[in-house]
Unconditional design. Structure first.
Length: 348
């Protein structure tokens, strides 16, 4: 059976045509990210000339600052990049699935589910099981929240509007339960849970990086494979079905990718909010809305946001090391209000 001309055109727009402007933008964002990583390696409670940083990177056995660079700063910087990219791509996927510019892992209760599970673990189980199981608890909470959203939003299928409404309601309920647990916990557990919920990369080690990386390596290529379907779904459910898209399967796969990315990010860096909301919008202004372009651009911008937020937390208030989530939320909350106002103006 021959393909529809509209479907062929949609495929060309989403995957075959990557203009020079796109590659130039990706190149500039990549260079900016590398430069920011270099600055982050140089700055801290013990400022280091960049020449010494390069020497420690190239010849660690001959440098006096090898421990500072390789064990304290570099794993934290790499994790910030991975977490920011994961949250941004998860947000781009969700905005495409629900066709709502305000969608993000925070709104659809993925972050809330991971946070609730993590606080339950920190308050009740960490003494018996050890903190190494915290990422697994957070990931389990994220997937449970996503399944609950799908179950409650199901009515002969899953519509984007029902997913948003159910997600908002669940997010509020899980946020209330999280607050209650923190209030009734002992002071030590409550303090650890509160800092974790804010979003912090403090004391990151290489095992954290190794735990985060596989989620990106699996989920990102998979969601890129569904780029054409997601762009076609933006035309509406009826059009997508008419063009041969299996809406339920596509949404399930893309939702699983989004949950895996956001859940892993929250598991290893805590409750960083608004990254998944801001980065896709900034990326869309630079490279357009086609998903195959939006994913890499969103990932790079999300990495820049979290990396610079963590840098501010490390160096702006020395000797204190503040959570990166404070600075991300400080930018993200006004950005959310701006998007809400702009969406309202378009409707009315």
């Amino acid at each position: 059976m021959t393909s529809s001309p509209l479907l062929k055109q949609q495929h060309n727009l989403t995957s075959d045509v990557l203009p020079t402007r796109f590659w130039a933008t990706i190149g500039l964002l990549s260079l900016l990210l590398i430069a920011n990583m270099g600055v982050s390696l140089s700055l801290g409670s013990f400022p280091t000339p960049f020449a010494n940083v390069l020497h420690a990177l190239v010849s660690p056995q001959k440098s006096d600052i090898t421990f500072i660079i390789w064990e304290l700063r570099l794993p934290r910087i790499v994790l910030a990049v991975l977490v920011g990219a994961a949250l941004a791509i998860a947000g781009a996927i969700l905005q495409g699935i629900v066709r709502n510019p305000l969608a993000s892992p925070d709104v659809i209760s993925i972050t809330s589910g991971a946070s609730l599970a993590a606080v339950v673990f920190l308050s009740l189980l960490s003494t018996y099981l050890g903190s190494q199981w915290l990422p697994l608890a957070a990931l389990s909470g994220a997937f449970f929240a996503a399944l609950l959203v799908f179950f409650l939003a199901w009515k002969g299928g899953v519509s984007p509007s029902r997913m948003v409404l159910v997600g908002i309601g669940l997010s509020a309920a899980m946020g209330a339960a999280t607050t209650l647990l923190i209030v009734i916990s002992d002071d030590a557990a409550a303090m650890v849970a509160y800092v974790w919920l804010t979003g912090s990369l403090y004391a990151t080690q290489w095992p954290d990086v190794a735990g985060m990386l596989p989620w990106l390596l699996v989920a990102v290529p998979l969601c890129l494979g569904y780029a054409r379907q997601l762009d076609t779904m933006a035309l509406g459910d009826l059009v997508a079905q008419g063009l041969g898209i299996n809406l339920l399967r596509s949404r399930l796969v893309l939702m699983a990718c989004s949950v895996a990315l956001a859940g892993a990010a929250v598991a290893f860096a805590g409750g960083l909010s608004f990254v998944g909301l801001m980065a896709p919008h900034i990326a869309a202004k630079l490279v357009g809305r086609h998903f195959v372009r939006l994913v890499p651009a969103s990932g790079l911008i999300g990495a820049l946001i979290v990396l610079n937020a963590d840098l501010l937390g490390r160096v702006a208030f020395l000797p204190r090391d503040l959570p990166a989530g404070i600075f991300v939320s400080g930018i993200g909350a006004p950005f959310f209000v701006y998007l809400l106002y702009r969406t309202r103006q378009r409707r009315y």
